[in-house]
Design a binder for this molecule. Structure first.
Ligand code: ADP
Length: 190
């Protein structure tokens, strides 16, 4: 299996590029952000818990997101591989993911960081907020908090996979096609 972590700050383009990669490589996309928003839309207990935290741009608890990922990784045995987008966001989540995959005799093949500067991220997210309806994309201070949370709590995840020689970075600024080509070049070597 090809198990990929598409990594990067909010607005780096993980979701957009993940869509292209799943089509080309036949992987299953797992986006914890999408899963959480679906729980909110369905007004589940989990969704109600997550909603306030997400509105502030803070991280939902590791237990909640790991629980969501677990049911899928264990449920689908026919997958060619997974592409994790927006997960893991803490070292604890990364360790839980490594354990989950090892239970099915799998491991992370590669983490790819999409590198984008803060100014560009803020501009992209504000732009997305105009029609995404996502409240966390419409307020500069919330966006700045998400970037800060990424730097403080999420960047150690990259170190975790660097130590296993599994982390690379790719320039995340340019046309969508240019960025896809850089990603495909990494994936084709795996
Ligand atoms: P973005 O990458 O643009 O921030 P996401 O959809 O990945 O968008 O995440 C939106 C919000 O959902 C995050 O700010 C956070 O509150 C919550 N969230 C998503 N994934 C996780 C995760 N793995 N751990 C904790 N919180 C998460």
């Amino acid at each position: 299996m090809l198990n990929l972590i598409l990594f990067g700050p909010p607005g780096a383009g993980k979701g957009t590029q993940a869509q292209r990669i799943i089509e080309k490589y036949g992987l299953i996309q797992l986006s914890t952000g999408d899963m959480l928003r679906s729980q909110i839309a369905q007004k589940t207990e989990l969704g109600l818990k997550a909603q306030e935290i997400m509105a502030k741009g803070e991280l939902v608890s590791d237990e909640i997101v790991v629980g969501m990922i677990k049911s899928i990784v264990h449920g689908d045995k026919s997958a060619k591989g997974y592409i994790f987008d927006g997960f893991p966001r803490t070292v604890k989540q990364a360790e839980a993911l490594d354990n989950l995959l090892s239970e099915i005799n799998e491991e992370i093949s590669q983490l790819i960081l999409l590198e984008v500067n803060d100014q560009e991220l803020i501009a992209r997210l504000l732009n997305r907020g105009k029609d995404s309806g996502r409240a966390d994309d419409q307020d500069v201070s919330i966006i700045e908090n998400r970037i800060k949370v990424f730097k403080e709590q999420t960047t150690p995840v990259m170190e975790h996979y660097k130590a296993k020689n599994k982390a690379v970075s790719v320039k995340g600024v340019g046309s969508l096609d240019e960025i896809s080509e850089l990603l495909y070049a990494v994936l084709d070597k795996l």
